[in-house]
Design a protein around this ligand. Structure first.
Ligand code: C5P
Ligand code: C5P
Ligand code: ZN
Length: 465
């Protein structure tokens, strides 16, 4: 267990300093966790009557820092920054705060809050949104009402991958339950429980993909009726939420069995059940009602160059921006489905230290990591190595995304550290980092071969391949 008192002291120091200043640029990461973090601090500053604006970035590369250095007076970096403290100090002196949960570089910078400094694991115990929520709590106790966003951020970063939220996330969840914002339950963790007819629910599931049923409405309908479950009630198509408790059990075990029969690992198959988090104040039919679906909706805007849409939804819009976000959600899901199909058609290569695919321009660099993560459990890969993916960046660099499993992390694998080291060795412009279980970087085109060799060696050494 980490040192909660010291973490609280640090957050208090940051909150007090924020209260003394004004005119803020909030710089947040583009994914669900980053947008939630950006919205939490925005709401908290709004409450204190401070001036602020949000800038969303896909990564804090050195040129990103250079580009924003005259955007405002004071900066608050959320969900990234811990890996760039030295650069930030160089460009912004003491005019910035970093609230993050990624593995940090060595630094004594005072206005920096990060779980790893106090013995908590930022990989699963608290997210960027969670850390920002804790700082917001030191600004004003009314900010407890932002706890639901902190839960959405954690779920967006898949911090519930062990089956439920743990560590500081659990405390934040309790705040959300106490304030009547969230209810937790054990249930099926697939997209569309409320919004999709049963057939589509299975046929269009991407996480996981159901082999033999994917994109096949006929096969999916047959699969459901063979379990003795009616597809329709009168004229209306039934959804998972319309099923009786008995039917839900039959349906869920049918899906688990199907995955196991199709060579999914038992762990991954059973992982479709776990703790789910319902946002009680949201409309019954809205995807925002479920924390995971809320997070996917945010990724649909942030990772596709429309972060203001997701930020507005986090800040409370349920009209114009919400409708916009619903459209982006369809497009995001389409791209994920096509990306998975592309990998299935083109296959993965197996190297000594990792599985690998290079999607070139076929999969956008912003979502290639999500797709890499979705492959775990599928028959294409085993669980014994991490997965690495390359995608082309618009600026000519190659984006690298990597994903591992909990087991590999327990064996000592630390993807964030390995990528950071490899980039340092490659030199100029190669930059990256992240978590033990999921990390990323960018490299130059001509460095791909050398990069892969370095990774093969480093990974094989750590997990004894
Ligand atoms: O930058 P940030 O910390 O917000 O992102 C973490 C990333 O790690 C997310 O894209 C999340 O989906 C991924 N992740 C994963 N598998 C896990 C845990 C996290 O792919 N088990
Ligand atoms: O981009 P992707 O989803 O693969 O990112 C996985 C994790 O690696 C995220 O937590 C992200 O913040 C981190 N990352 C990083 N530096 C990069 C790219 C990704 O720290 N250049
Ligand atoms: Zn995060």
């Amino acid at each position: 267990m980490g040192e909660i008192k010291k973490l609280k002291e640090r957050n208090k120091l940051i909150a007090e300093e924020i209260l003394k200043r004004d005119d803020f640029v909030i710089v947040n990461h583009h994914d669900a966790d980053g947008l939630c973090a950006g919205a939490i601090i925005a709401k908290a500053l709004e409450r204190e009557g401070k001036k602020f604006k949000n800038i969303t970035a896909k990564q804090l590369y050195s040129e990103t820092i250079r580009e924003i250095q005259s955007a405002g007076e004071n900066y608050i970096f959320v969900d990234f920054g811990s890996g760039q403290l030295n650069l930030l100090e160089e460009f912004l002196k003491e005019n910035f705060f970093v609230i993050d949960h990624h593995q940090a570089v060595k630094s004594d910078y005072e206005f920096h809050s990060n779980p790893f400094l106090f013995g908590f694991d930022g990989g699963y115990e608290v997210s960027g949104a969670g850390m920002t929520y804790l700082v917001a709590g030191e600004l004003n106790e009314k900010n407890k009402e932002l706890s639901a966003l902190a839960v959405v951020g954690a779920v967006g970063d898949m911090q519930d991958y062990k089956g439920r939220l743990e560590g500081l996330n659990r405390k934040i969840l309790e705040d959300a339950e106490e304030t009547g914002l969230i209810k937790k339950e054990n249930d099926l963790r697939l997209y569309g429980k409320i919004s999709r007819p049963l057939t589509q629910f299975i046929a269009f599931s991407t996480n996981p993909v159901f082999p033999g049923l994917v994109a096949d409405s006929h096969a999916s309908s047959q699969f459901i009726t063979e379990m003795g479950i009616e597809l329709k009630q009168g004229n209306a198509w039934r959804t998972y939420s319309d099923l009786s408790p008995e039917e839900k059990k039959t349906f869920t075990s049918g899906l688990i069995m199907h995955l196991i029969k199709n060579n999914y690992s038992e762990f991954r198959a059973k992982n479709i059940i776990g703790e789910t988090y319902t946002l009680l104040k949201e409309d019954l039919k809205s995807p925002l009602r479920d924390a995971k679906e809320f997070a996917t909706l945010l990724n649909s805007s942030g990772r596709h160059g429309m972060p203001e849409v997701g930020l507005k939804v986090c800040m409370g819009d349920r009209q114009e921006y919400y409708n916009n976000a619903m459209e982006l959600l369809l497009e995001h899901r389409r791209q994920l489905r096509e990306g998975i199909e592309w990998v299935h058609e083109n296959g993965l290569e197996e190297e000594k230290g990792f599985y690998f695919f290079d999607s070139g321009e076929k999969i956008k660099e912003e979502i290639v990591g999500i797709i890499a993560g979705m492959l775990y459990g599928s028959p294409l890969v085993q669980q014994n190595k991490p997965i690495l993916a390359f995608a082309k960046q618009k600026d000519g660099f190659v984006k690298v995304s990597s994903r591992a499993t909990d087991d590999l992390v327990r064996k000592g694998l630390n993807l964030g550290e390995i990528l950071r080291e490899a980039c340092a060795e490659l030199g100029a412009d190669a930059e990256g980092g992240g978590h033990k279980i999921a990390a990323g970087c960018r490299i130059n085109k001509w460095q791909q071969k050398e990069f892969k060799e370095k990774l093969n060696k480093k990974i094989a050494e750590t997990i004894k391949l």
